[in-house]
Design a protein around this ligand. Structure first.
Ligand SMILES: Cc1cc2nc3c(=O)[nH]c(=O)nc-3n(C[C@H](O)[C@H](O)[C@H](O)COP(=O)(O)O)c2cc1C
Length: 244
């Protein structure tokens, strides 16, 4: 644990330096668009790499008019400063918003689903450095931040898109509170994520463990925080590839 923490702090220092040096700094690996292999792979392989199972499940849901929810957690909407001045903001179409909100809006534009912002009673620090430390403590304690927003009639929804940033190589603790609150048995869960180099970091497997009776789409959408503003095309490609 101590080694992991020390290694994590060192790496996080690197990410932090990149993350806070004007939000949208270049990411660790390549710094170019080839960072998002999923969509490029899909382009190269013409969608072949999406498992038949994934496509069949979503296509079935889509054609029978399933109700779609787009749930997301963004620090910018759970912060002690307003969304536009928090560390987690990007500008899409001239509008400043949290990155996860930006991707959620892109999914909504294609699917017509209902947006749902995961809100907690925690006011996360607006300052990038303080937020990094706060999140590390939450993770260390395996905390369950109290949720202050609740899905109305969760049973009505068949397909739930779940969006979250990678925090310390994992989902923010607020997502664990979210999965504790709802039983998504029989539902289709479609993960989407924003990161700064670690991509999903094994979180799709975690969601499968937390929701064993749900259909979890493994071909989730993940994008570097640097590329969010121009991700609309890739989001549309990804959704089409899944059968939307
Ligand atoms: C507390 C914290 C921890 C983070 N940990 C990681 C990480 O482990 N790996 C990574 O690739 N990015 C990490 N990041 C970068 C975020 O995933 C990325 O900035 C994302 O855009 C945040 O989403 P938001 O802008 O909607 O808040 C971290 C950011 C924060 C604030």
């Amino acid at each position: 644990m101590k080694n992991r923490k020390r290694w994590g702090v060192y790496l996080m220092g690197v990410i932090l330096a990149l993350h806070t040096a004007g939000c949208g700094s270049s990411d660790l690996s390549t710094g170019n668009r080839s960072e998002r292999p999923v969509s490029d792979e899909r382009e190269q392989n013409g969608v072949e790499n999406i498992s038949v199972e994934d496509r069949t499940q979503v296509a079935a849901a889509d054609t029978d008019g399933s109700k779609i929810l787009i749930a997301y957690f963004s620090a910018g909407e759970n912060s002690d400063v307003d969304a536009v001045s928090s560390a987690s903001v990007t500008t899409v179409g001239g509008e400043a918003k949290g990155r996860l909100r930006a991707v959620a809006d892109m999914i909504q534009a294609e699917t017509g689903g209902t947006l749902f912002s995961i809100q907690t009673s925690v006011e996360y620090p607006g300052d990038g450095g303080a937020l990094i430390d706060y999140a590390a403590e939450e993770q260390e304690e395996d905390a369950r931040p109290e949720l202050t927003s609740h899905i109305e009639n969760p049973d009505d929804y068949d397909v739930i898109f779940i969006g979250f940033p990678t925090w310390w190589y994992d989902m923010p603790q607020a997502l664990y509170s979210f999965f504790d609150e709802y039983n998504f048995s029989g539902k289709t869960l479609v993960p989407f994520n924003v990161h700064n180099g670690s991509r999903f970091s094994g979180t799709i497997e975690t969601i499968k463990e937390l929701e064993p009776e749900a259909e979890v789409i493994t071909d989730g959408f993940t994008v570097s925080e640097r590329d969010v503003a121009e991700a609309a095309g890739d989001v549309a490609d990804w959704l089409r590839g899944l059968g939307y």
